[in-house]
Design a protein around this ligand. Sequence first.
Ligand SMILES: *[C@@H]1O[C@H](CO)[C@@H](O)[C@H](O)[C@H]1NC(C)=O
Ligand SMILES: *[C@@H]1O[C@H](CO)[C@@H](O)[C@H](O)[C@H]1NC(C)=O
Ligand SMILES: CC(=O)N[C@H]1CO[C@H](CO)[C@@H](O)[C@@H]1O
Length: 288
Amino acid sequence: MRFTNILLIIAMVIAAVAAQYKPVVLMHGVNSGAKDMNLVKEWIQQALPGIYVVNVEIGNGKLDSIFMTMDEQVEAYTKVVTSDPQLANGFNAIGFSQGSLVTRGYIQRVNNPPVHNYVSWAGPQMGQFGTPFINIKWLDRILGSVPYEKWAQHHISSAQYWKDPYHLEKYLSRSAFLADINNERDQKNQTYADNLSSLNAFVLSYSTVDKTIVPKESGWFGFYANNTQSTIVPLQESQLYLQDFIGLRALDEAGRLHFYSTDCKHGDYNGNACKNYFTLYTLPWLQN
Ligand SMILES: *[C@@H]1O[C@H](CO)[C@@H](O)[C@H](O)[C@H]1NC(C)=O
Ligand SMILES: *[C@@H]1O[C@H](CO)[C@@H](O)[C@H](O)[C@H]1NC(C)=O
Ligand SMILES: CC(=O)N[C@H]1CO[C@H](CO)[C@@H](O)[C@@H]1O
């Protein structure tokens, strides 16, 4: 065999080894950018040598993550993952905070290429009701008072998953993103449920000390009961689950819905203080 052929074979073996893991796509949260997920990318690459990791940035990061609508953010994510040939056979996804809703929007509306395992880190999956949320005082005041005004719904991403348990009718009629993606309105979109329930695994986390996501149980699709802030209705008792609006019950009954909790401060999920949780509960879903 010629020496160049041997080199070629070695190169092919290296490529095959590198291709043994599905690629991973990371999605950052609000008021932040891709650089905030760089450390997570390093953790993954250290644990799974040769793995391909895409760290998505929405627009130019920080400001765009606040002022682009959630629909636009889902479209931006879609553009990145559909134009990358290395993702063509599917990928695993991690979404952090608001980024977990962007990721879910992609899965439910597009999912081509398909997501295999989807890990949600402290996402406002069932909505957000409480300030301070994004730590910009004037925005918090707006979210505390007029989140369902048209201009807020059209210009502030977090207004689009704001859910006021005292004004659920308003939420249902005006929420530009969450009420749609959660199939909470009368007209359901079956594609949303079909696509979400096609996941191999949907892994949900929330933090017992989260002061950013309110209520923190939203990370597990828990939310306040109507007209209170004292009782949390867990996912399994919600209409979303009982009537299976988006396929979560189907996933659960198939043993493909998984839950874990942490004691991480919200902003620490992507930092060394919480690397142990990454290793225990996220990494296993990326080893395929
Ligand atoms: C359901 O969602 C898909 C994907 O976003 C969309 O193409 C379709 O038009 C929607 N169907 C209805 C009835 O809204
Ligand atoms: C809570 O409010 C929503 C929206 O108005 C309504 O659909 C639902 O039936 C209510 N649930 C209960 C338990 O009253
Ligand atoms: C995996 C899966 O079911 N993907 C479907 C998601 O929905 C789109 C339509 O919006 C289909 O084209 C995909 O096949």
